[in-house]
Design a protein around this ligand. Structure first.
Ligand code: IMP
Length: 432
């Protein structure tokens, strides 16, 4: 298959950065198709660490074309800041190596503010989502509500006032209702004209550029952000992000047909973490959770928040294999489990006295389910840095094989440390 889509199998933070970087070296084009600067990828290249939120991982490598697809919500201020930050590290980003889809919706300051107002007003864990406060949800609401300002609108200052009026009719009604001051038409017009020149040179017909690349036999890497359980349809609604994070969105979010997507690789952590509110059946709010969090450095790259930690949930990942159509997984952070006497894996749930093998869709049921665990023997030796199956302790191999069986997908890549060379490659997704 010529193209590869990388998605998260859990609640995000599965370690996509390293795998995406490894794959981007083999790709010609790297495209983002959903989310925005709520994502956080850390890439380490030749000992230098690069932090990306909005830009595709391809930007740090010479000779790659990076693409921001129409499925992304695009904050022009974050864009300018990220380009400047990377520029200071010697990374050159120009319209020659980065394209932004003309039909991408913009995140403006009023979206960011609304995200914050709502989170501040939410008094308890039933109403609080624990968002990244980047304005992601409000921007997607405006897109679906057909009142977004889109990237191409910046090129047409004459038609902007009417669009801004429509946007403000909605937002100012909301702001009045929430007890916040209205935003003036002039302020938004000024905000838009202050970024127009910086964004417009990158704006293009991305669907066409990608189709041309595909026809020319170039390899496209579709870079997903967040994870399957944060998907607006397939996740733990309403404690989700506001986009489709599953692999199908790679097509819709860039303007290609589904057949262009190719190999679907699910990045899967050897245990489970989640940031923000919402159900988490295998959460370990105890010394096991502390152990995993400390050893796994589980703090958010975007907000710095401490991640909640728990055992591997095979039910969730098995479902993610189906909803994404995963061909294989990249298993990450196995070494965090080194040294544990025993390791638990969730294989099913008990719901109202019945045993079920799927995540129920209802919010109420998701909070009532109790995990059913299998207990596996741990290992004392280190798995860190292993590059061959023979380097791994027998119990660790057993754990990996058991996970494959439980989730119904093979391990294509086993990552054994943040270093790019520390991995066992079973299948190269671009060659499969
Ligand atoms: P939003 O995407 O900022 O609206 O946040 C909605 C939910 O998704 C919150 O629980 C966030 O913590 C979570 N979230 C958003 N982006 C990421 C990410 O990149 N990694 C992990 N969680 C995320």
């Amino acid at each position: 298959m010529a193209n590869v889509v990388v998605v998260g199998s859990q609640w995000g933070d599965e370690g996509k950065g390293k795998i995406v970087d490894w794959l981007s070296e083999r790709a010609d084009v790297v495209a983002r198709f959903q989310g925005g600067h709520n994502a956080g990828h850390t890439l380490v290249i030749d000992g230098v660490s690069y932090k990306l939120s909005l830009l595709p991982s391809g930007v740090v490598r010479e000779g790659k074309l990076s693409v921001i697809g129409n499925g992304v919500v695009f904050d022009p201020h974050a864009f300018v800041a990220e380009i400047a930050r990377l520029g200071a590290q010697g990374v050159t980003i120009s319209p020659a190596n980065l394209k932004i889809a003309e039909n991408t919706s913009l995140i403006l300051s009023l979206h960011r503010e609304l995200d914050g107002f709502r989170e501040d007003a939410a008094s308890n864990s039933d109403t609080k989502i624990g968002t990244t406060r980047r304005g992601i949800g409000p921007a997607y609401e405006d897109k679906v509500g057909r009142r977004s300002i889109r990237a191409l609108d910046l090129a047409n200052m004459e038609s902007l006032p009417a669009k801004v009026d429509r946007l403000l009719t909605h937002h100012n009604a909301l702001r009045r209702g929430l007890g916040h001051p209205e935003v003036s038409h002039e302020a938004i017009m000024e905000e838009l004209s202050s970024v127009a020149d910086k964004v417009l040179p990158y704006v293009d017909r991305v669907w066409k550029i990608l189709d041309d690349a595909r026809r020319a036999g170039q390899r496209i890497l579709f870079e997903g952000a967040q994870g399957t359980l944060l998907d607006i349809d397939h996740g733990t609604y309403p404690f989700v992000t506001s986009s489709n994070t599953v692999a199908g969105q790679a097509a819709t979010g860039t303007g290609l047909g589904p057949a262009a997507v190719g190999y679907v690789l699910g990045i899967t952590k050897a245990y489970t973490t989640r940031v923000g509110e919402g159900p988490f059946p295998t959460e370990q709010d105890n010394e096991i959770g502390e152990f995993l969090g400390t050893k796994g450095h589980e703090f958010g790259t975007v907000t710095g928040r401490k991640r909640r930690c728990g055992w591997f949930d095979a039910v969730l990942v098995r479902q993610a294999v189906v909803t994404n159509g995963m061909n294989g997984i990249a298993l990450t952070k196995l070494d965090v489990l080194d040294g544990l006497d025993e390791i638990k894996v969730c294989t099913g749930y008990r719901l109202d006295g019945k045993v079920i093998d799927y995540l129920p869709a209802s919010q109420g049921a998701q909070t009532r389910i109790e995990p059913i665990y299998e207990t596996l023997e741990g290992w004392k030796e280190t798995t860190r840095g292993a590059r061959r199956w023979n380097d791994l302790p027998a119990q660790a191999v057993k754990y990996v094989r058991h996970i494959e069986e439980l989730i119904g997908a093979p391990v294509a890549i086993l990552s054994t440390s943040p270093e790019r060379e520390d991995a066992i490659l079973v299948t190269d997704p671009f060659q499969d």
